[in-house]
Every structure is written in structure tokens, then in C-alpha cells.
Design a protein around this ligand. Structure first.
Ligand SMILES: *Cc1c(COP(=O)(O)O)cnc(C)c1O
Length: 366
């Protein structure tokens, strides 16, 4: 059976968890701190702060930057719902901007059109493992005096202009959910170079409790802590990251080669010089292909090849996120969402399975 995605867990993770369990100290403690320190090294940032999940990380980042009711935050409609939900969690209003047709990331020219006097921040997402265009996004943000958050949930280990994902904006957020490139089961992280933001986020993670005075609270905080059980897994996963990324990139290269020059199939674009870490491998099935995208998926399923769509519905279609939407503002998202399909992608995929997937797709093309 071919899995669509599967976390890579080995003996070392099991041993590390046992060690924490045997220690009798299960909650957030020294192992979490050690995990954070290694994560900051990976991201080349001064600070990394672990938390309970990627959604909490986004909420923490927005609160830390002072985003509040009445503010607007611009983001992409082609992302996991948590990206936009976090804006509501901070009490602010999500505003969507259309995407780039090649990278599927937010289009900086479309961001500019959506900036108003209420705009306080942009959340760019490194979708499928490929960083957004931060040189352009940061320059635009600077011009307007607004913050940039990098939602790096899918891009751990990626680079943009030689800089690691996690270091590309004011604050970056990661998810360590089971299907992400590295995992702690559930888990999250924020990274930043700003000492004040790091301290603010640290309080927010623990009920906004005064660091020097127990049971004294600075404001409204949450319980967004990680446990040392999770952090123990995370430390081992971080050591594996390079190998796991290489494996994903090798699979992507095999798909790129095997599926090149098939009319109606578009393989993923990647910028030479940047590292794309292929959280997902996305094909586009265009009008030139003999089958529709949905027929393509059904036929592959019958052959035992699972596929999925990330994401089947643009976020501006959800009433809780936005009330009045003019779909004409999102021509690229509208066509993209009908054509994208993601292939199996995880480190356990064998050469045989990869070839089976390529052959299966080729047989549909002729
Ligand atoms: C997974 C993901 C999140 C949410 O992370 P959780 O750990 O599931 O809360 C946010 N944004 C993006 C782009 C994601 O892929």
C-alpha cells in the first residue's frame, strides 16, 4: 500500500521519549529548552520558542506584534485554515490577496492593492515547502510600516536567497504536526531575532504570568506550552532533517523527470538557488490533459495511488473568515484550485513505488 504521507520515526525517538518518561519530569523543561536552542541554530535566529502547535505559534506571533481588534492582516487564500483563523483569534480581520501562478505563494503585487490604513501585518505562507518572495514582501512592508510573519509550517529546512526558512520575516512560525516534514506529534515553534518579542511570547505561552511573580498576570495569556516528551522527539527529528529533506528532494526530482513533457501536466516550479523542501509535490492538471483533475484522481485511486488536494476550497469561501468576497479579485486562486493535485510524498517511498506512480500517471496520459 502506498501512503500519501507518513512520519519518519525511528528507535532514537523512542529511546529519547523513554528517557523523559523515566526522568519523571514530563512537562516543559530542560529538553524543550535544548530543542529550542537547536532550532534557533537551524534557523540562524537569536531566539526560538516552542509551543503546543502551529496554530498557537501563529496566535502567539500576532499577539506579540500587538495585533488587535480593528486591525487588518493580509494573507493568502490558498493555505491551511489555521493561517487565517489565527488572525481571528487575535481579534483582527483577515484580508486575502491573490497568489502567484507559478509558486502558488501570495503575490506581492496583490498584497499592495489590499493595504489600507488598518493593515498591521502580512502573513506569508511558504506553501508546499517553498518560501514566498520575502525580498519583495519585506520591502513593501517596510514602506508601509507593517509587520511580516512567515508561516513556515511547511518549509522547515528550506532556504531563500541562502537564508533559512524561519529567518525571513519579523517572526516565523512552525508546525510540528505529524504530517509535517519533521514532527513532535503535535507541536509548534516561533523564531525571531527580537529579544522583546521573544520575552512577550514567552509570557503569552504561560498565561501571561509575570516571570518574577507566580500567580501574578500581566494580561490574557494561554497555555501553549510544549512538553519535554514532545521536545525529546523533536531533538532527534532535527538531527534527521537534512537526510529527510534530501530524500524528499530526490523523490521530487524523480517525479520531475518522469513526468516531464506530458501535455496537460505541469510539474512544480522552483527557483534555482533556493531550497524547496517539498512538504507536498503538486501537479497541475490543465485543460490539455485527456482527463479532468477529478477523473485523474479517481483513476489513480483505482490503481492504488492515493492523491489529495491542498487545499480544495479557497479560504475566502468561508463565512467565518470573510463576509463580502468578490471572487473576481482572485482569478489565479480560482483556476489553480481546480487544477492542483498532490502526489504521495514522504521519506518511506521506495524507488519501486515512485516508478509505479510515474507509470500510473503516464498510462492516463495516452
Ligand atoms: C499545519 C499548518 C498550520 C497549523 O499547524 P498545527 O500544528 O496543525 O496547528 C498552519 N499553517 C500552515 C500553512 C500549515 O500547513
Amino acid at each position: 500500500m502506498i501512503y500519501l504521507s507518513r512520519p519518519f520515526i525511528g528507535e532514537e525517538e523512542k529511546k529519547a521519549v523513554s528517557k523523559v518518561l523515566d526522568s519523571g519530569f514530563l512537562v516543559q523543561g530542560p529538553v524543550t529548552k535544548a530543542f529550542e536552542d537547536s532550532f534557533a541554530v537551524l534557523c540562524k535566529t537569536k531566539y526560538a520558542l516552542a509551543c503546543s502547535n502551529g496554530t498557537a505559534a501563529l496566535h502567539m506571533a500576532l499577539d506579540t506584534l500587538g495585533i488587535k481588534p480593528g486591525d487588518e492582516v493580509i494573507t493568502t487564500p490558498l493555505t491551511f485554515v489555521a493561517t487565517a483563523n489565527s488572525i481571528l483569534m487575535a481579534g483582527a480581520t483577515p484580508v486575502f490577496a491573490d497568489i502567484d501562478p507559478k509558486t502558488y505563494n501570495i503575490d506581492v503585487n496583490q498584497i499592495e492593492k489590499k493595504i489600507s490604513r488598518k493593515t498591521k501585518a502580512i502573513i506569508a505562507v511558504d506553501l508546499y515547502g517553498q518560501p514566498a518572495d520575502y525580498n519583495a514582501i519585506n520591502a513593501l512592508a517596510k514602506k508601509h510600516g507593517i509587520f511580516v510573519i512567515e508561516d513556515a509550517a511547511q518549509s522547515v529546512g528550506a532556504t531563500y536567497h541562502k537564508k533559512p526558512s524561519g529567518s525571513l520575516a519579523d517572526i516565523a512560525t512552525f508546525s510540528l504536526y505529524a504530517t509535517k516534514n519533521i514532527t513532535t506529534g503535535e507541536g509548534g515553534m516561533i523564531t525571531t531575532d527580537n529579544a522583546k518579542w521573544y520575552e512577550t511570547a514567552k509570557l503569552f505561552r504561560h498565561h501571561d504570568q509575570d516571570e518574577h511573580k507566580k500567580y501574578s498576570y500581566v494580561g490574557l495569556g494561554y497555555n501553549y506550552r510544549m512538553t519535554d516528551i514532545q521536545a525529546a522527539i523533536g531533538r532527534v527529528q532535527l538531527k534527521r532533517l537534512n537526510a529527510l529533506t534530501k530524500k524528499r528532494q530526490q523523490i521530487a526530482t524523480a517525479f520531475d523527470k518522469g513526468l516531464a513533457n506530458i501535455p496537460g501536466i505541469v510539474t512544480p516550479f522552483f527557483e534555482v538557488g533556493n531550497e524547496h523542501v517539498y512538504h507536498q509535490y503538486i501537479l497541475r492538471i490543465t485543460k490539455e490533459f485527456p482527463l479532468t483533475r477529478d477523473q485523474f484522481r479517481k483513476k489513480l485511486e483505482l490503481k492504488g495511488i492515493p492523491t489529495n488536494i491542498y487545499y480544495p476550497v479557497p479560504l475566502y469561501n468561508f463565512k467565518h473568515l470573510i463576509s463580502n468576497v468578490n471572487k473576481k479579485e482572485f482569478p489565479i486562486t480560482e483556476t489553480t484550485i481546480k487544477e492542483i493535485v498532490s502526489l504521495p510524498m514522504h521519506p518511506y517511498l521506495t524507488q519501486k513505488e515512485i516508478q509505479f506512480i510515474i507509470n500510473g500517471i503516464k498510462s492516463l496520459a495516452s
